[in-house]
Design a protein around this ligand. Structure first.
Ligand code: GTP
Length: 338
């Protein structure tokens, strides 16, 4: 309704302008001036009924308001002649406005109706017939300019969409590890930041795990880098299978992985998850390499923790605990005191 009021105000100003111009043009013929003003007031009453009070269904209302807009302008041009020269571009603007608001179909409809109405009005007017070329130019502009403007605006919108999609792809690539498809370090830190923020507000317990593979170097040394890459991808999939849908897994670099466990309210459950991760990795078989085995040392930082209020202090704690797990024999997890 706000928009209808805006259009209504615009039309009233337009009608007032025509009425005054007409009145001045017929200053010596008061009777005709009053008749003209009455005709425009009649139009605005019809317009208020159609658009302002929503008397008809949406689509019919739109089409009818296009016909009324364009027809009344053509009629005014026919009657008022040069007085309306300053607003000769009005049908083009109406068609472009209709297109931008309601879609290209309405722009085409508006320009065809506008071109036809103005063409007929100018063709019948002895005044405009005198300048035939100008008349043809006006009609041609009404038919061509809205189409051209809308085409341009469609192309700009399409280019904007493509740029946004490309930016989103770059953004996603900058947070993804290209080998495993997991989040990379940057993505993990972003995720950790959000987790700390949410945990700070809700006070709910969550956890951050830092996992470093044990004995991974030997896989590369024996099976080559290609084999090492396959093992990293396999481990990424297994870790992803171990956690809940709300948890996030990342490869932080080399043979180091990070996990944000969003709900660690049940400590037994969290320790069970850590143990199952250690066992899952210990069970990974490096194909064709005899009894070459790998393992994982895991450091777990429980949150909230007064000493871990930002990402770097959380990572430092998890890193310290991970090294503690390595030092105490590898293939195990260590958790901060709680
Ligand atoms: N295949 C492969 N290897 C990598 C990649 N990034 C790092 N590495 C290798 O991973 C190994 C990691 O080194 P370490 O953590 O010291 O090896 P580790 O045998 O697991 O040592 P511990 O952690 O002490 O058990 C190095 O040999 C790196 O070259 C990668 O993207 N692909």
């Amino acid at each position: 309704m706000g928009h209808a009021c805006f259009r209504l105000a615009g039309t009233m100003v337009f009608v007032a302008y025509i009425a005054i111009a007409w009145g001045m043009g017929h200053i010596l013929d008061l009777h005709e001036a009053v008749a003209g003003i009455a005709a425009f007031l009649g139009f605005s009453a019809a317009w208020i009924g159609v658009v302002g009070f929503s008397l008809l269904n949406f689509r019919t209302r739109r089409i009818l308001s296009i016909v009324l807009d364009q027809a009344v302008f053509a009629f005014a041009l026919y009657e008022a002649g040069d007085v309306l020269a300053p607003v000769i571009w009005a049908p083009v603007v109406m068609a472009v406005g209709n297109g931008l608001r309601n879609g290209p179909r309405y722009a085409r409809l508006s320009s065809v109706i506008g071109g036809a109405c103005v063409g007929v009005a100018l063709g019948l007017s002895p005044h405009w017939q005198a300048g035939k070329l100008v008349t043809e130019g006006i009609v041609l502009s009404i038919l061509v300019l809205p189409w051209y403007t809308l085409k341009l605006s469609e192309q700009i919108a399409q280019a904007k969409r493509e740029m946004q999609q490309r930016a989103a792809r770059f953004e996603s690539a900058s947070r993804t590890d290209s080998l495993t498809g997991l989040m990379n370090r940057a993505g993990f830190f972003q995720c950790l930041q959000k987790q700390l923020h949410d945990a700070g507000r809700s006070g709910a317990r969550s956890a951050v795990m830092l996992l470093d593979l044990d004995g991974f170097k030997a896989v590369n040394d024996v099976g080559g880098h290609g084999m090492g890459d396959e093992v990293l991808k396999h481990i990424a999939n297994r870790l992803h299978d171990c956690v809940e849908a709300n948890d996030r897994v990342a490869r932080l670099g080399g043979d180091e992985f990070g996990i944000v466990v969003s709900d660690a309210s049940d400590l037994t459950e969290l320790e069970r998850l850590a143990q199952s991760i250690v066992e899952t990795i210990a069970a990974v078989h490096v194909h064709g390499q005899g009894d070459l085995r790998i393992g994982a040392s895991v450091g777990i930082c429980l949150l909230p923790d007064d000493g871990c209020r930002d990402e770097s202090s959380v990572m430092e704690t998890a890193d310290r605990l991970m090294y503690q797990a390595k030092k105490s024999g590898k293939n195990r997890y260590c958790i901060n005191p709680h």
